[in-house]
Design a protein around this ligand. Structure first.
Ligand code: ZN
Length: 242
């Protein structure tokens, strides 16, 4: 007989409330705090071989994604995903952040090579202190628990408190980030051959690319990027505004 985890027993006795509608989340996938109906209604991206569709990103206003062997996002950044991410980020809702990580683990397929290190995109300590936690880290933590991957929050630090990226164009974002991150020493990196970066939203990819560039320079040959959601390619956003 296999072992039954205490949290599974608790989930059966007291099913968690759905993050979206507040009803008891029965009948959903194990570990995901959302009911089956709400899960079905989320703006899922179809999963295609080679990554997120139309993420063509490389040629659609996301030149920053070049360092990554695989880029995958589960959802489109629109209602209600935008609300969930805002709740995790600014509303100090740890359960929501963890739930988003469980969604990633449930939805995204296996990687060709499991990562040696899962690295959440770090916040500067001052911003982390004011938010209560780093949402990317909590998303990555839930993902790592589900997939049994090694979470490494010690490998990369944000050393400059750069201003919020939103509202900046792609070029300004990259400029804004120069020197913002630092890696731990070679010894901490050890024999990392594949680093998976995790973040909440993929916009231009500038932040992830800045971190990826450091790992690449430190000799890590394979980099992947997973985010909960993606915004439509910046080119499309501009077109829609006109
Ligand atoms: Zn629901």
């Amino acid at each position: 007989m296999g072992w039954i985890r205490v949290d599974q027993i608790l989930d059966t006795l007291f099913p968690p409330a759905c993050l979206l509608c507040g009803q008891r989340a029965t009948g959903s996938s194990p570990g995901i705090p959302a009911c089956a109906g709400c899960l079905d209604d989320l703006p899922w991206l179809p999963d295609l071989p080679g990554g997120t569709p139309a993420l063509g990103g490389l040629d659609q206003g996301r030149p920053h994604l070049e360092p990554f062997a695989a880029v995958r996002c589960a959802l489109t950044y629109e209602y209600p995903v935008d609300r969930l991410i805002a709740a995790a980020k600014f509303g100090r809702q740890l359960t929501v952040a963890r739930g988003l990580g469980q969604l990633l683990a449930w939805r995204l397929p296996a990687l060709p090579h499991p990562p040696d290190a899962v690295v959440p995109v770090p916040l500067h300590w001052r911003r982390e202190a004011s938010r209560g936690f780093n949402q990317a880290e909590e998303i990555a933590r839930a993902l790592c628990e589900a997939r049994r991957w090694p979470l490494r929050t010690d490998l990369c630090r944000r050393i400059l408190p750069t201003p919020e990226q939103s509202g900046l164009g792609a070029a300004r974002r990259q400029e804004n980030l120069r020197g913002a991150f630092a890696l731990a020493g070679v010894r901490a990196l050890g024999r990392c051959r594949h680093v998976l970066l995790v973040d909440d939203v993929l916009t231009t990819g500038a932040t992830a690319a800045e971190v990826a560039g450091l790992f690449r320079a430190a000799g890590v040959p394979e980099l992947s990027l997973w985010t909960v959601a993606w915004t439509r390619p910046p080119a499309q956003l501009t077109e829609r505004k006109v």
